[in-house]
Structures are given as C-alpha cells and as structure tokens.
Design a protein around this ligand. Structure first.
Ligand SMILES: *Cc1c(COP(=O)(O)O)cnc(C)c1O
Length: 376
C-alpha cells in the first residue's frame, strides 16, 4: 500500500540541504543563539519581500497575535471580532488577555470573513477585527479596512496560512497578504508555507509607533535593558530559526508555485466530480494553497475520509468544530450561537495532501482514489 503524507518536509530539506546546513552551522559556530545577526537579516529581508516597513520576529504565530493585541492598549471586555471557522489560536489569545472574542460566520465559498459579516457584529465595545486568510487565500481586505476606518477599529491580519499570497487593490496595485491591516501576524511552524525547523513567528506593520511598542512587548517591555516600561513577555525568534528562514525565504515564491501547480492539477481533474466542490479562486487574491480544501457534499465526507485512509492517503479536517462549540469557549453568548455556514463547513471540508514536493504520480493516485469513491 502507498503512504502519501500531507506534507513532505524531508523531501524539501533534501533539495535545499547544502544551503540550510551551512546556515545552521554558521549559527552553531558563532554560538550567537539569541538575537544573532541572522535575526535582523531575516527581518529585513522579509520586510523587503512584503514591502512593509517593520518586521519583528517572535517565538511563534500564537505569540505574534498575542503581542499584536497587547500593543493596542485594550481594556478587559473589549470585543475582538474573529471568524468561528479558524484555528483556535486566533481566539485563544483574545480570551487569554481578558478580551471578548466575538465569533462570526464565514463565506462558505471562500471560507473567509467578509466586510458584510463583520459589520453585523460591530457593537460599541468592538475595538479590533482579526480577519484570517484561511488556507492560503486573502480575505477581501479593502472593504474591511474601509469599514474599520468608519468605526475607528484596528485590524490585525492572521496571515499564518497565506504568506506570499498577492492581494490586488482596486487600483490594480499588487500587495502582499498580511500588509493591509494595522498589524499582520504570521507563523513559521514547520508545515506552514514559510516554515522553520521548530517554532517561529513574526509581526509586521507600517506604523513606526506600533512597531516600537511591539518590539518592547516581545522583549519584557523594555527598550533599555532592565528598564521595564510595559508589561511584556519573552517572545523571540531563535537565531537558528532565522538562519533557516532566511534561506527558505529565497525559495518561497518557487515553493508557492509548486503548490499552486499541484492545486491546479487537482482542480483540473476533480472539478467535474459530482458530489464535491474544489477550492474557489477569488478575483482579488492569489492562493498559495497552505491547504487544498474541498467540500464533500451529501454527508459523504467521513466515508471519503475512511476510503482515503484505506488507500494510504493522509487527509485532514480543518476544522471539525466551530470555535464557539469548543468546551473552553462556552460563554453565555457562545452557548446560543448557531452559525449556519460555519457548521456546514465543519461537516463538509476535507483537506488532501499538498506540499512543495508533489508530482503527478502522487496526485494521479490521489485523484484516482477519490474518483473511484464517487463512482462506487
Ligand atoms: C498556525 C496558525 C496559528 C498559530 O501559529 P503557531 O506558530 O502554531 O503558534 C495561528 N493562526 C492560524 C490561522 C494558523 O494556521
């Protein structure tokens, strides 16, 4: 039986091994494990790639969101609007800081929040919107930024899954995912599109003041050593991880292309299959396919999942439970919440293997297995 994994980090490493090994060895030789020169180099290179003024490395993507929220002078009970169809980290940091996550529905076609859905949830206590660019494709940010400006709200983009995607403004100008909001956050978890060899994250902004506050907060609230002006935390991007990322950043666009090519082959072969919907491509954003996520109709998702498993094909459900149904989030507001599209997606989504090392041999096997299921 074949064994097709969701990601192939070993195969990717084998292709870039000499560069990576050299970069890691240089850090080990220097013994400059914390705040080594590779951290600044990577922050500068990522800032140039994203065309954003400031990039601040941190320990992981969850910390990036937490530090971003901490920089905004929010008060207990302030409301932060988040999608209910996302990874828990997005809402977790909000609750952890004593803020109130207000969970909203998503568009069932793009899987993302829209300005219309956000607008319905705005109250006098709303302070922040956190759009998540789910699976590798941007939310439509321009109307979200207009809405935020009308209500004087901050926007923190959770860009953990869409780094490298292009968002097109109505002027036709191309911008990078995560750079429209006041603050953008990303994760370098190994399986993310720009992944390191452990944990890592980054925060980006064009606002000098926010950048300086964010840097302080991630470093125990200090600007001058042993002088703590703010309550901060310890959230650093390790030098070894920065060195790995600096190498991998040079490959990010090629990696993105490999994923997009694999996705378009899947879509070409599966689009006509009755009973499933292949991922939608929006007009305003490219898709970097952190995940290739289909919707499986007629309550057949779990059967297909078992069929794929039987054939040795890994697959995953991102995400099986709406955030507001999670035990940790049973507030009075959430107990009575029913969001139709989120619940539909939790019942229908299925992600199949996609990574930088895909080839037609692997994909033909996956496609054949899926087609066989729907013909039986
Ligand atoms: C991965 C991810 C995070 C958290 O990143 P970590 O580095 O694992 O802490 C946050 N939000 C989304 C949407 C993610 O996919």
């Amino acid at each position: 039986m074949r064994n097709i994994p969701m990601v192939d980090l070993k195969g990717q490493y084998a292709r870039i091994k000499p560069e990576i090994d050299e970069a890691i060895q240089a850090v080990v030789d220097s013994a400059y494990f914390i705040k080594g020169p590779q951290v600044k180099s990577f922050e500068d290179n990522l800032a140039a790639y994203l065309n954003v003024k400031h990039v601040i490395g941190c320990a992981n993507g969850t910390d990036a969101l937490q530090v971003a929220l901490m920089s905004l002078n929010l008060e207990a009970g302030d409301e932060v609007i988040v999608p209910s169809f996302t990874y828990v980290a997005t809402a977790e940091v909000i609750a952890l800081l004593g803020l109130t996550p207000v969970m909203i529905d998503v568009d069932p076609v793009s899987f993302n929040v829209t300005s219309e859905l956000i607008e319905e949830a705005i109250t006098s206590r709303t302070k922040v919107i956190v759009p998540v660019h789910l699976f590798g494709q941007c939310c439509d940010m321009e109307p979200i930024m207009t809405l935020a400006a009308q209500h004087s709200l901050y926007v923190i983009e959770d860009n953990a899954q869409a780094i490298g995607a292009d968002y097109t403004l109505s002027t036709g100008k191309l911008t990078k995912a995560g750079t429209q909001g006041h603050i953008g956050c990303t994760s370098f978890f190994p399986s993310k599109n720009l992944g390191c060899y452990g944990d890592g994250g980054a925060i980006f902004t064009n606002d000098d003041q926010l950048a300086s506050t964010i840097r302080m907060i991630a470093n125990h609230g200090q600007r001058i050593k042993y002088h703590h002006d703010l309550i901060g935390c310890n959230s650093r991007l390790d030098t070894i991880q920065a060195a790995v990322l600096d190498v991998k950043l040079n490959h990010l666009d090629d990696f993105g292309k490999a994923r997009a090519d694999a996705a378009s082959y899947y879509t070409q072969e599966l689009a006509e299959v009755d009973g499933l919907a292949t991922p939608h491509l929006s007009s305003f954003s490219t898709h970097v396919f952190h995940q290739y996520t289909m919707r499986i109709h007629h309550s057949r998702r779990n059967q297909l999942q078992a069929h794929l498993k039987e054939a040795g094909i890994a697959n995953a459900i991102y995400y099986p439970v709406p955030l507001y149904k999670q035990l940790a989030y049973q507030t009075d507001a959430n107990k009575n919440l029913h969001l139709d599209q989120t619940e539909l997606l939790c019942a229908e989504v299925l992600s199949i293997p996609i990574h930088t090392e895909m080839n037609h041999d692997i994909q033909d096997y996956v496609i054949k297995t899926i087609k066989a299921f729907f013909l039986q």
